[in-house]
Design a protein around this ligand. Structure first.
Ligand SMILES: NC(=O)c1ccc[n+]([C@@H]2O[C@H](COP(=O)([O-])OP(=O)(O)OC[C@H]3O[C@@H](n4cnc5c(N)ncnc54)[C@H](OP(=O)(O)O)[C@@H]3O)[C@@H](O)[C@H]2O)c1
Length: 328
């Protein structure tokens, strides 16, 4: 069996590639001329240089593959058009290249995001896949647009959509700043009230994404992949405190207006220096929501999803990897 992974130069895609290889697949990965190949070098993977807009090289990349795992996606952009171009139009190009050149494809797996659903209303109402989506950021809206466009074409090729919750684990740079502060004894809480979210370790996500692709029950469906229960930020920070084994630590509660002002100011600064960064006003809006919770009941029912790593194991594995690699 041969699988193509896009976004394999990034956090989640690199773990999907490694999982596929461990499970006996021949692995082919796409990369861009600007990509850092640090997670792929010295691995027995076939590498193909392409962008999501070069139909000719995309066509070559999808030839003779049985599965496609599309994890390549823009998580930081200047505006909605840039997000749409990469996340919706790029995904559509890859899907169309597969329709034309890989007609016997067993599954196209699109890595979407829990954020397409939007925050939930209460702790007792975690988002289900059948609920209407209310994305609150331009990033999430572009990921939802990609889902809608791919679902329109699903008669042409078998499609499965995975919506991961927040993901942690080795190689992640997005949540690194929080761990960095945590390792120094500064535990950040946002707002004055409690906040809850689902988290998943990247290895659990990669394994279950491959399980979903291999299951005959999952064609045409969308699945949240997340921890089986939500965690409070307090619980997460207490766990980081325990793992970092520091005698003294300080919990810092950042008021919402501070988070939004800092995010807005940082966005303006990035605009002035012409840089894109995932921490912006939209990310600030994400941070201040009370409930980022979703249900994994459907994934359990259809392909036996099971969270293997507890919160403490997930955080400890992440912290240990950061320490071993001198990232914190
Ligand atoms: N991390 C999370 O917590 C999380 C949660 C839910 C969903 N997701 C989704 O999971 C996917 C992977 O995220 P990640 O956390 O692994 O991010 P990441 O580490 O930033 O990796 C993103 C990957 O996508 C590629 N990419 C970015 N922009 C692209 C573009 N315009 N055209 C083609 N490839 C592009 C990157 O290639 P280069 O190396 O060349 O930049 C990289 O390989 C994304 O689609 C994201 O929406 C992530």
């Amino acid at each position: 069996m041969r699988a193509l992974v896009t976004g394999a130069t990034g956090f989640i895609g690199s773990h999907i590639a490694d999982t596929l290889y461990r499970r006996g697949f021949d692995v082919r990965c796409t990369y861009r001329s600007s990509s850092n190949l640090r997670w792929l070098k010295d691995k027995p993977y076939e590498l193909i240089e392409t962008t999501l807009f070069d139909f000719e090289s995309l066509s070559e990349a999808v030839k003779n593959v049985d599965y496609i795992f599309h994890s390549g996606g823009q998580i930081a952009a200047r505006n909605y058009d840039e997000y749409l171009k990469a996340n919706r139009d790029g995904s559509l190009n890859l899907f169309k290249a597969a329709i034309a050149n890989a007609p016997a494809l067993k599954r196209f797996v699109y890595i979407s995001s829990q954020t397409v659903a939007g925050p939930s209303q209460s702790l007792s109402q975690p988002y289900k896949e059948s609920d209407l989506c209310h994305p609150i950021t331009v990033y999430a809206k572009s990921k939802r647009e990609a889902e809608i466009e791919l679902l329109k074409l699903q008669k042409e090729l078998p499609l499965t959509i995975i919506r991961p919750s927040a993901v942690i684990g080795p190689r992640d740079t997005a949540i690194l700043p929080l761990f960095n502060l945590g390792s120094k004894g500064i535990l950040v809480l946002i707002g004055m009230g409690k906040k809850f979210l689902n988290l998943i370790h990247v290895k659990d996500l990669a394994e279950s994404t491959v399980d979903a692709a291999l299951s005959s029950n999952t064609t045409g469906n969308i699945y949240f992949i997340a921890s089986e229960q939500p965690y409070s930020w307090n619980e997460i920070m207490d766990c980081i405190k325990k793992i970092s084994k520091r005698k003294f630590s300080l919990k810092v509660k950042l008021p919402h207006f501070f988070v939004l002002s800092a995010a807005g100011a940082f966005q303006l600064y990035c605009k002035i220096i012409n840089k894109v960064h995932p921490f912006n006003l939209d990310k600030g809006r994400d941070f201040i929501q009370k409930y980022w919770t979703c249900s994994v009941v459907q994934a359990k029912k259809d392909f036996g999803f099971c969270q293997k790593m507890s919160l403490e194991e997930s955080l400890a594995d992440t912290v240990n990897w950061y320490k071993e690699n001198k990232w914190i």
